[in-house]
Every structure is written in structure tokens, then in C-alpha cells.
Design a protein around this ligand. Structure first.
Ligand SMILES: [Zn+2]
Length: 177
């Protein structure tokens, strides 16, 4: 099984209407490190797929983003967990690229790097409508993490497979399966 994770609002605290542009703005959400330790033993592959249009808007560089992602990998690794790969879309919405979620380009990148990934046996965990549509487009199970108040109305009406308050609640659910 493979686990696809959105980043902001799922792994780290999401700055409202903003981007994490430097390490000082990065903070793991409570319970995430512990959750990823357990998820690492449950999933063959764990990958992050994140829209980072702040790059395309010139608010940060790809080097800045690489520093932040290394910090994330270090924190999870030091806790005893694992993230196998991080894919990001640096483009603005207006670029109409094929990698900005809900487009599926980042999943295709993951499939190239890890041919063993089977989307029909994969899970997408995110906090936004674009994450849920991304997962549905690929035939994945979808898990919505609560908290994105800007999309509260659309998210309340969306058909998703599961809803949890955080990654640790998702782990508890899987443990009970
Ligand atoms: Zn893109």
C-alpha cells in the first residue's frame, strides 16, 4: 500500500492564506511525528505531494523549498519515521500545468520513481478539495483532515471516504482495521 500525503495542514501548521517560505515558519502539527513512525510500518511507500505556488509567484525559491523539505525529512527521520519522496508543484494556478493538484502529475512522478505503487491500493490524505479530487481521479481512498476553514462549505458537502481531525486519528483508525 502507498500513502500520499498533502503537506500544509496535514504534516505542518498551515499559515492561513500564506506559504511556508523559510524554516522559521515551519512547525509540525501535534502528533504528526508519532503518526508517521507508525505509518512507516504500515505503508510500503509514503510520499508527499504538495502545491507550492509561492515559488511560481516569486515569494520563495526552489532552494528555499528544498531547505524546508530537508528540515521536514530530518524531523520525521529523527523521530523514527520515514518519507520516501517529496513531490511539489511550483506553478501558479494560471499556468494550467499538469502537476498542480487536482491534476495527477505528481502521482505519475511517484509511479515512475516507485513502479510498485498501485493507485487503487493507495490512500490520499489532505485538507483541501483539490486533494480529495486528486485522490478520486486516481481511484485512491480519500481521507480529509479537518481544519481548512476557507473551504469549509465545499468540504462539508464533498464525498470522501473518511474524515479525521489529524494524522494520529487516521493511524488509530487503521490500527482498528
Ligand atoms: Zn505544476
Amino acid at each position: 500500500m502507498a500513502l500520499f500525503l498533502d503537506r500544509d495542514g496535514v504534516i505542518n501548521v498551515r499559515p492561513p492564506m500564506d506559504y511556508v517560505k523559510k524554516p522559521s515558519e515551519w512547525a509540525l502539527l501535534p502528533g504528526v511525528a508519532a503518526a508517521l513512525v507508525q505509518l512507516s510500518s504500515m505503508f510500503d511507500r509514503i510520499v508527499v505531494v504538495t502545491n507550492q505556488a509561492g515559488v511560481g509567484k516569486g515569494l520563495m525559491s526552489e532552494e528555499d523549498l528544498a531547505v524546508i523539505h530537508q528540515l521536514m525529512l530530518d524531523q520525521i527521520g529523527e523521530a523514527g519515521g520515514r518519507i520516501d519522496a517529496v513531490y511539489y508543484c511550483p506553478h501558479r494556478r494560471e499556468a494550467a500545468c499538469d502537476c498542480r493538484k487536482p491534476a495527477t502529475g505528481m502521482a505519475m512522478q511517484a509511479k515512475i520513481q516507485f513502479p510498485d505503487i498501485d493507485f487503487s491500493r493507495s490512500w490520499m490524505v489532505g485538507d483541501s478539495a483539490s486533494d480529495m479530487v486528486f485522490g478520486q481521479n486516481l481511484g485512491m481512498k480519500t481521507v480529509l483532515i479537518a481544519g481548512k476553514y476557507e473551504e469549509a462549505e465545499i468540504l462539508a458537502e464533498m464525498q470522501v471516504d473518511y474524515r479525521f481531525d489529524g494524522l494520529l486519528d487516521f493511524v488509530r483508525f487503521l490500527r482498528g482495521c
